[in-house]
Design a binder for this molecule. Structure first.
Ligand code: SF4
Length: 406
């Protein structure tokens, strides 16, 4: 594959400075659908690597083939952010993931100040792996810690303990990589004090980005079944809300600003890749179960049949190891017209602390809906913007659902 032309540059990775039109999206997500073992609460598309050894062994090669397919249809451009997620990218071995990251950097991210994130789990992130990722050109590691208590990690079916998580996090920081720590609240058996200490540990690792999610008991998962059978008791909703508020206070006291409903960062260290999702930027999703979003013109150029009047195309690659790999994988496709796209932008923008411009709300035909949510204290208006209140964030599904259905 040819290397990117050095004179095609999209700025310093600031999404707002990307060109308004043009070929290849500047943000690329790769889904590595393999993990060491399956966590009890997980409903993501991931397979235990030991159960699909052959496919796992050539997963990175297959992801690269799919990327090359996009390049041949759209023409090579620089990407400003890449996110190697999953699944557990580090579960396939340090050498494989580091070689893939090096290729990503060489082929896609010669833009000034690229952001290259690798998701990792503590059981597969030792000193050598971190060193190899740093050498290969990764800039961030998003570490799935979830809790710093062994009992809670056992409830979640995580294959690591708290000590391993702490060591992995500190190793990332010591190698100069940006660290993001994922935490889950609302785990059966978790107390407010346990939650407080998990957030403290996350801060003490030196992470300047922390993501906080309430546990979601998805039907069909072993944990949901155990709760149904009474082996574990789901936490009271009010307690989970208290945990979310406590996290906000502790993280903001530590200088990490809430910039999205679930994400906190030191100013300037927000995840630029994820910001692209929430600000209506195009992105490619590559690999089984990955999602992508393209403007209609880009999608046509890539070979999608896009009806007249469509403004945006969303696609989801098949969540299947056979159909989801390959140069042109099986996918489901949805098109949105201009008003639906604007409504989607409002819905996603309301996840952000800065909210959305009133002008966009009007364009989406959502003035009345937004006024109703303001009257209920779920949104608040400033002179030219509308944003979600603390109460609105606690009732996020209600707010986002009302905006989406109009
Ligand atoms: S590590 Fe993540 S993707 Fe893998 S099984 Fe656990 S929750 Fe699912």
């Amino acid at each position: 594959m040819p290397h990117p032309s050095p004179d095609v540059e999209w700025g310093a990775g600031d999404a707002s400075r990307e060109p308004a039109g043009g070929a290849m999206p500047a943000h690329v997500y790769f889904h590595v659908p393999f993990c060491a073992s399956k966590c009890s609460y997980c409903d993501f598309f991931s397979v235990e690597a030991g159960r699909a050894r052959e496919q796992a062994a050539r997963a990175y090669e297959a992801l690269f083939e799919q990327w090359a397919g996009w390049v041949s249809r759209l023409g090579l451009r620089l990407a400003t952010t890449a996110y190697v997620g999953g699944g557990t990218p580090t579960a396939l071995g340090a050498a494989r993931v580091a070689a893939f990251v090096a290729t990503v950097r060489a082929e896609m991210c010669e833009a000034h100040d690229p952001e290259v994130t690798v998701e990792a789990n503590p059981e597969s992130l030792d000193e050598q792996t971190v060193a190899m990722l740093a050498d290969a050109g990764a800039t961030r590691v998003s570490l799935g810690v979830q809790a710093f208590h062994d009992d809670l990690l056992a409830v979640l079916g995580r294959p690591h303990d708290a000590t391993r998580a702490l060591n992995a996090a500190r190793t990332v920081v010591s190698h100069g990589l940006e660290l993001s720590v994922d935490l889950i609240c609302g785990i059966p058996g978790q107390t407010l004090d346990m939650w407080r200490s998990s957030v403290h540990y996350a801060i003490e690792t030196g992470a300047r980005h922390v993501s906080v999610y309430p546990l979601s008991l998805e039907s069909g998962t072993p944990l949901a079944a155990e709760v149904m059978l009474g082996r574990y008791r789901a936490l009271d909703e009010d307690l989970v809300a208290d945990m979310m508020l406590l996290a906000r206070n502790l993280l903001e006291d530590a200088g990490l600003r809430r910039y999205e409903v679930a994400n906190y960062a030191e100013p300037g260290r927000e995840c630029r890749h994820n910001l692209a999702y929430w600000t209506g930027r195009e992105y490619l999703g590559i690999g089984p179960s990955a999602h992508g979003m393209l403007r209609a013109e880009t999608a046509r150029e890539a070979g999608f049949v896009v009806p007249e009047g469509a403004a945006r195309v969303r696609y989801a690659v098949a969540a299947d190891l056979t159909q989801g790999f390959g140069e042109w994988p099986a996918m489901t496709v949805e098109t949105l017209d201009a008003e639906q796209a604007a409504r989607e932008d409002v819905m996603l923008g309301l996840r952000l602390a800065e909210g959305v411009a009133l002008e966009l709300v009007e364009r989406a035909g959502l003035g009345v809906v937004v006024e109703g949510l303001v009257a209920r204290g779920l949104l608040e208006r400033t002179a030219d913007r509308v944003r979600t209140t603390d109460r609105g964030w606690l009732l996020g599904n209600e707010v986002f659902g009302a905006v989406w259905t109009g």
